[in-house]
Design a protein around this ligand. Structure first.
Ligand SMILES: [Zn+2]
Length: 142
């Protein structure tokens, strides 16, 4: 675009109309916590989470604390099926936090799986278990 006249510094922009005082938004129905599609997925997931936490009462990473959260190593943000038990891991809250706070370390330990990794969920779970068992032995030895 070619300007006919160069830009000049003038007086600052001014409002022609005053700001309107805020009346609350007139919603007739409250905002939904989840979409209908997401709610349908959670109806399937809830019993799965309960079963997984019952099956693994102790955190699968530290093997000390009670497991209270279900983690998806392939991450739901990358479109993993949250209703597939093979994609889920039972963790305690601190381990789940650690996993997402330290993605590089968590990836080398197998708690996060990169999107380009084509390892099957079962194989990844076996590797995680092996890595956790190895760490347990190392802790006992020290
Ligand atoms: Zn833990």
């Amino acid at each position: 675009m070619k300007r006919s006249a160069p830009l000049r510094r003038g007086k600052p922009l001014e409002r022609y109309t005053p700001l309107q005082g805020g009346a609350p938004l007139a919603r007739k129905t409250p905002l939904k916590y989840r979409s209908a599609k997401q709610e349908a997925a959670y109806r399937v997931r809830r019993p799965l989470v309960a079963a997984l936490l019952a099956e693994h009462p102790v955190c699968e990473r530290c093997r000390r604390a009670r497991s209270v959260e279900v983690h998806e190593p392939r991450m739901r943000s990358r479109g993993v099926d949250i209703c597939d038990p093979a994609e889920c891991v039972a963790l305690c809250h601190p381990c789940h936090r650690w996993t997402h706070d330290h993605p590089a370390k968590a990836t080398t330990e197998g708690w996060l799986i990169p999107s380009h990794d084509t390892t099957t969920p079962a194989r990844a779970a076996a590797e995680r278990r092996a890595s956790a068992a190895w760490r347990e032995q190392a802790q006992e030895a020290s």
